[in-house]
Ligand binder design. Structure first.
Ligand code: FES
Length: 153
């Protein structure tokens, strides 16, 4: 991460706190998440304690702090999906993947995230795996969906 991290940070003026969010966004776009090194380096660059950088970053839903898995599952927890049982869907995905939301499996194959509305409310409840939508899913579909991805690795 080091070389590219330096390159991204060097795009922004040292000591400029207004750069914080765009800088974090650029790092996340490049690496997919913000690790401890990135938080530290950004803090040093804009002269802000890393605890503050981390605190601000955690305020925004858009930032991730663990690397995504090869297959990234997003379960919608927006209102319409909630009304159609998305909490039960999320719990079943957690059970089958043996992960909690926000986690990545140790082998790096799977990660799970609960997200707000994905814009497919008419097909609730909705899940997305690496950009592919699974619509009107039922709890009994979950194991089969996950086994499909397990079999492709
Ligand atoms: S609430 Fe789930 S797609 Fe809109």
């Amino acid at each position: 991460m080091q070389a590219s991290l330096d390159e991204i940070i060097s795009r922004y003026k040292a000591g400029s706190r207004e750069s914080l969010l765009p800088l974090l966004q650029d790092i996340q776009i490049e690496f997919g998440y913000l690790n401890e090194e990135a938080i530290l380096r950004v803090g040093q660059h804009i002269k802000l304690p890393s605890s503050k950088v981390y605190g601000i970053a955690t305020f925004y839903d858009q930032f991730r702090f663990v690397q995504k898995g090869k297959f990234h599952f997003k379960v919608c927890r927006g209102t319409s999906c909630h009304m159609h049982g998305s909490l039960s869907i999320l719990r079943e995905v957690e059970r089958v993947l043996n992960l909690k939301e926000g986690q990545t499996s140790r082998d790096g194959r799977f990660s799970l995230e609960a997200v707000s509305c994905m814009g497919a409310c008419g097909s609730a409840p909705v899940m997305n795996v690496n950009g592919e939508f699974k619509t009107a899913i039922a709890i009994q579909d979950i194991a089969q969906i996950i086994n499909f991805y397990r079999s492709t690795i």
